[in-house]
Design a protein around this ligand. Structure first.
Ligand SMILES: [Zn+2]
Length: 99
């Protein structure tokens, strides 16, 4: 799509990942190279979302998973999720009876 043919059309950078919901073209420069995914409410006011940046040379940083104020690599986020599930699944079990 040629933006010149469709005035007002949102210009999506070629490097924009499928999950990005950022309206690119509203700000110029480095801010516009930030790709941000939809927010998922984790609990209360804690949200999680994907983010990634692409610099002018096309160098990609990310994607990362942001949870609250903390940024995780995909592997770290996966490990956190697995750990949380393991914690919850172990919470209902009782110690094996001794003897
Ligand atoms: Zn984007």
């Amino acid at each position: 799509m040629d933006a010149a043919e469709f005035p007002g059309a949102v210009v999506v950078p070629a490097a924009c990942p499928a999950w990005c919901v950022t309206e690119h073209g509203l700000v110029l420069g480095e801010e516009d190279s930030l790709h941000i995914g939809a927010r998922h409410i984790v609990h209360g006011d804690v949200a999680a979302w994907l983010c990634m940046s692409t610099d002018a040379d096309g160098v990609v940083d990310g994607p990362y998973v942001v949870v609250g104020d903390t940024e995780y690599t995909l592997d770290e986020a996966r490990a956190l999720g697995v750990s949380l599930i393991a914690l919850t699944e172990g919470a209902g079990s009782r110690a094996a009876a001794k003897g």
